[in-house]
Design a protein around this ligand. Structure first.
Ligand code: DX5
Ligand code: ZN
Length: 217
Protein backbone atom coordinates (compact mmCIF):
# COMPACT_ATOMS: atom_id res chain seq x y z
CA UNK A 1 0.00 0.00 0.00
CA UNK A 2 1.05 3.58 -0.54
CA UNK A 3 0.09 6.73 1.35
CA UNK A 4 -0.14 10.07 -0.44
CA UNK A 5 -0.72 13.04 1.88
CA UNK A 6 -2.73 15.76 0.13
CA UNK A 7 -1.10 19.10 0.79
CA UNK A 8 -4.41 20.88 0.27
CA UNK A 9 -4.89 20.45 4.03
CA UNK A 10 -1.35 21.60 4.92
CA UNK A 11 -0.40 25.02 6.29
CA UNK A 12 0.57 26.90 3.09
CA UNK A 13 2.70 29.35 5.05
CA UNK A 14 4.89 26.42 6.11
CA UNK A 15 4.50 24.22 3.06
CA UNK A 16 8.16 23.18 2.86
CA UNK A 17 8.24 22.11 6.51
CA UNK A 18 4.91 20.33 6.15
CA UNK A 19 6.21 18.29 3.20
CA UNK A 20 9.50 17.46 4.90
CA UNK A 21 7.56 16.33 7.94
CA UNK A 22 5.31 13.87 6.08
CA UNK A 23 8.30 12.63 4.08
CA UNK A 24 10.14 11.85 7.32
CA UNK A 25 6.94 10.29 8.68
CA UNK A 26 6.88 7.66 5.93
CA UNK A 27 4.68 9.12 3.17
CA UNK A 28 5.12 7.43 -0.23
CA UNK A 29 3.90 10.18 -2.59
CA UNK A 30 2.98 13.86 -2.25
CA UNK A 31 -0.51 14.46 -3.63
CA UNK A 32 -0.95 17.91 -5.20
CA UNK A 33 -4.46 19.13 -6.02
CA UNK A 34 -4.59 21.51 -8.99
CA UNK A 35 -7.96 23.26 -9.37
CA UNK A 36 -8.93 25.86 -11.97
CA UNK A 37 -12.19 27.36 -10.72
CA UNK A 38 -13.99 25.94 -13.79
CA UNK A 39 -13.93 22.17 -13.63
CA UNK A 40 -14.32 22.48 -9.86
CA UNK A 41 -15.53 25.46 -7.81
CA UNK A 42 -12.18 26.18 -6.16
CA UNK A 43 -8.76 27.52 -7.22
CA UNK A 44 -5.49 26.19 -5.81
CA UNK A 45 -2.03 25.91 -7.32
CA UNK A 46 -0.18 25.59 -10.61
CA UNK A 47 3.14 24.44 -12.10
CA UNK A 48 5.16 27.03 -10.14
CA UNK A 49 4.12 25.45 -6.87
CA UNK A 50 4.81 21.95 -8.20
CA UNK A 51 8.30 23.03 -9.22
CA UNK A 52 9.00 24.55 -5.80
CA UNK A 53 7.84 21.35 -4.09
CA UNK A 54 9.97 19.24 -6.41
CA UNK A 55 13.04 21.14 -5.25
CA UNK A 56 12.60 20.15 -1.60
CA UNK A 57 11.48 16.51 -1.68
CA UNK A 58 12.63 13.20 -3.15
CA UNK A 59 9.12 11.74 -3.02
CA UNK A 60 7.21 11.19 -6.26
CA UNK A 61 4.79 14.04 -6.97
CA UNK A 62 1.28 12.79 -7.67
CA UNK A 63 -0.39 15.71 -9.44
CA UNK A 64 -4.19 15.56 -9.60
CA UNK A 65 -5.43 17.89 -12.34
CA UNK A 66 -8.97 19.11 -11.64
CA UNK A 67 -8.91 21.40 -14.67
CA UNK A 68 -10.62 21.84 -18.00
CA UNK A 69 -8.51 21.38 -21.13
CA UNK A 70 -5.78 19.43 -19.29
CA UNK A 71 -3.90 18.84 -22.57
CA UNK A 72 -2.88 22.51 -22.62
CA UNK A 73 -0.89 22.14 -19.39
CA UNK A 74 0.76 18.70 -19.59
CA UNK A 75 4.13 20.05 -20.74
CA UNK A 76 4.19 22.68 -17.98
CA UNK A 77 3.44 20.20 -15.22
CA UNK A 78 5.85 17.62 -16.62
CA UNK A 79 8.64 20.21 -16.71
CA UNK A 80 7.72 21.29 -13.18
CA UNK A 81 8.58 17.80 -11.93
CA UNK A 82 5.31 15.85 -11.80
CA UNK A 83 5.91 12.08 -11.54
CA UNK A 84 2.24 11.21 -11.97
CA UNK A 85 -0.29 13.30 -13.88
CA UNK A 86 -3.91 12.29 -13.46
CA UNK A 87 -6.65 13.78 -15.60
CA UNK A 88 -10.41 13.62 -15.13
CA UNK A 89 -12.32 11.57 -17.68
CA UNK A 90 -15.15 14.12 -17.34
CA UNK A 91 -12.84 17.00 -18.32
CA UNK A 92 -11.35 15.66 -21.55
CA UNK A 93 -13.16 14.40 -24.66
CA UNK A 94 -9.79 13.29 -26.09
CA UNK A 95 -8.62 11.16 -23.21
CA UNK A 96 -6.42 8.82 -25.23
CA UNK A 97 -4.58 11.67 -26.90
CA UNK A 98 -3.85 13.46 -23.62
CA UNK A 99 -2.64 10.22 -22.01
CA UNK A 100 -0.19 9.73 -24.88
CA UNK A 101 0.98 13.30 -24.38
CA UNK A 102 1.67 12.60 -20.69
CA UNK A 103 3.63 9.46 -21.53
CA UNK A 104 5.65 11.29 -24.13
CA UNK A 105 7.14 13.26 -21.24
CA UNK A 106 8.02 10.04 -19.40
CA UNK A 107 5.51 10.81 -16.68
CA UNK A 108 3.16 8.16 -15.27
CA UNK A 109 -0.36 8.65 -16.59
CA UNK A 110 -3.59 8.25 -14.69
CA UNK A 111 -7.29 8.81 -15.14
CA UNK A 112 -9.64 10.14 -12.45
CA UNK A 113 -13.32 9.24 -12.09
CA UNK A 114 -15.83 11.32 -10.17
CA UNK A 115 -18.11 9.38 -7.82
CA UNK A 116 -20.94 9.08 -10.39
CA UNK A 117 -18.73 8.18 -13.38
CA UNK A 118 -18.91 4.47 -14.26
CA UNK A 119 -15.97 2.06 -14.47
CA UNK A 120 -16.73 1.37 -18.17
CA UNK A 121 -15.64 4.92 -19.03
CA UNK A 122 -12.00 3.81 -18.86
CA UNK A 123 -12.39 0.38 -20.42
CA UNK A 124 -10.60 1.31 -23.64
CA UNK A 125 -7.68 3.16 -22.03
CA UNK A 126 -6.98 0.72 -19.23
CA UNK A 127 -3.92 -0.67 -21.02
CA UNK A 128 -2.54 2.84 -21.51
CA UNK A 129 -2.46 3.98 -17.90
CA UNK A 130 -0.45 3.40 -14.73
CA UNK A 131 -3.08 4.57 -12.27
CA UNK A 132 -6.81 5.02 -11.79
CA UNK A 133 -7.84 7.59 -9.20
CA UNK A 134 -11.32 7.07 -7.82
CA UNK A 135 -12.85 10.11 -6.17
CA UNK A 136 -14.63 9.17 -2.96
CA UNK A 137 -15.95 12.74 -2.56
CA UNK A 138 -17.05 15.30 -5.14
CA UNK A 139 -13.81 17.03 -6.09
CA UNK A 140 -13.07 20.61 -5.07
CA UNK A 141 -12.57 20.66 -1.34
CA UNK A 142 -10.86 18.80 1.46
CA UNK A 143 -12.58 17.66 4.63
CA UNK A 144 -15.69 16.10 3.06
CA UNK A 145 -17.34 12.79 3.96
CA UNK A 146 -16.45 9.54 2.21
CA UNK A 147 -19.02 8.31 -0.33
CA UNK A 148 -19.47 4.56 0.28
CA UNK A 149 -21.23 3.84 -3.00
CA UNK A 150 -17.84 4.15 -4.77
CA UNK A 151 -16.55 0.94 -3.10
CA UNK A 152 -17.97 -1.52 -5.69
CA UNK A 153 -16.29 0.53 -8.45
CA UNK A 154 -12.88 -0.24 -6.92
CA UNK A 155 -13.62 -3.96 -7.02
CA UNK A 156 -14.88 -3.71 -10.57
CA UNK A 157 -11.79 -1.87 -11.82
CA UNK A 158 -9.42 -4.17 -9.94
CA UNK A 159 -11.12 -7.10 -11.66
CA UNK A 160 -10.91 -5.43 -15.08
CA UNK A 161 -7.16 -4.89 -14.54
CA UNK A 162 -6.55 -8.42 -13.20
CA UNK A 163 -8.46 -9.98 -16.11
CA UNK A 164 -6.11 -8.19 -18.50
CA UNK A 165 -3.01 -8.94 -16.41
CA UNK A 166 -2.36 -5.24 -15.85
CA UNK A 167 -0.27 -3.82 -13.05
CA UNK A 168 -2.56 -0.91 -12.19
CA UNK A 169 -2.43 1.35 -9.15
CA UNK A 170 -5.91 2.12 -7.80
CA UNK A 171 -5.83 5.30 -5.77
CA UNK A 172 -8.68 6.66 -3.64
CA UNK A 173 -9.14 10.31 -2.72
CA UNK A 174 -11.58 12.05 -0.41
CA UNK A 175 -12.72 11.41 3.13
CA UNK A 176 -9.97 8.85 3.70
CA UNK A 177 -9.29 7.97 7.35
CA UNK A 178 -8.12 4.75 9.00
CA UNK A 179 -11.58 3.21 8.77
CA UNK A 180 -12.50 4.21 5.20
CA UNK A 181 -8.98 3.31 4.00
CA UNK A 182 -9.52 -0.22 5.31
CA UNK A 183 -12.81 -0.51 3.38
CA UNK A 184 -11.09 0.74 0.21
CA UNK A 185 -8.23 -1.73 0.63
CA UNK A 186 -10.72 -4.59 0.95
CA UNK A 187 -12.41 -3.33 -2.22
CA UNK A 188 -9.16 -3.30 -4.23
CA UNK A 189 -7.46 0.08 -3.69
CA UNK A 190 -3.74 0.31 -2.97
CA UNK A 191 -2.89 4.04 -2.90
CA UNK A 192 -4.54 6.21 -0.27
CA UNK A 193 -4.72 10.00 -0.48
CA UNK A 194 -5.38 11.68 2.85
CA UNK A 195 -5.50 15.41 3.49
CA UNK A 196 -7.31 16.39 6.65
CA UNK A 197 -6.76 13.01 8.34
CA UNK A 198 -2.99 13.61 8.25
CA UNK A 199 -2.58 17.38 8.39
CA UNK A 200 -5.26 18.05 11.00
CA UNK A 201 -3.34 15.94 13.51
CA UNK A 202 -0.32 17.52 15.14
CA UNK A 203 1.53 14.19 15.03
CA UNK A 204 1.64 13.37 11.31
CA UNK A 205 3.76 10.30 11.89
CA UNK A 206 1.13 8.83 14.16
CA UNK A 207 -1.58 9.56 11.57
CA UNK A 208 0.38 7.86 8.78
CA UNK A 209 1.22 4.88 10.98
CA UNK A 210 -2.41 4.52 11.99
CA UNK A 211 -3.52 4.50 8.36
CA UNK A 212 -0.91 1.88 7.53
CA UNK A 213 -1.79 -0.30 10.49
CA UNK A 214 -5.51 -0.30 9.72
CA UNK A 215 -4.98 -1.10 6.07
CA UNK A 216 -2.31 -3.74 6.54
CA UNK A 217 -3.96 -5.68 9.36
C1 DX5 B 1 -10.53 16.96 -3.26
C2 DX5 B 1 -9.08 16.65 -3.42
C3 DX5 B 1 -8.52 15.83 -2.34
C4 DX5 B 1 -8.58 16.45 -0.97
C5 DX5 B 1 -8.78 15.34 0.01
O1 DX5 B 1 -11.02 17.51 -4.42
O2 DX5 B 1 -8.86 15.96 -4.62
O3 DX5 B 1 -7.20 15.38 -2.63
O4 DX5 B 1 -7.44 17.17 -0.62
O5 DX5 B 1 -8.98 15.87 1.27
P1 DX5 B 1 -9.51 15.00 2.50
O6 DX5 B 1 -8.56 13.87 2.71
O7 DX5 B 1 -9.52 15.98 3.62
O8 DX5 B 1 -10.90 14.52 2.12
ZN1 ZN C 1 -6.86 15.02 -4.97
Amino acid sequence: MKIAPSILAADFLKLGDEIREVEAAGADYIHIDVMDGHFVPNITMGPGTVSAIDSITDLPLDVHLMIENPHLYITDFAKAGADYLTIHVEADPHLHRTLQEIKKHDVKAGVVLNPATPAESIKYVLGDIDMVLLMTVNPGFGGQSFIESVLPKMTEIRKMADDQGLDLEIEVDGGINAETARLCKQAGADVFVAGSFIFNQSDRKKAIQELRRQVEQ
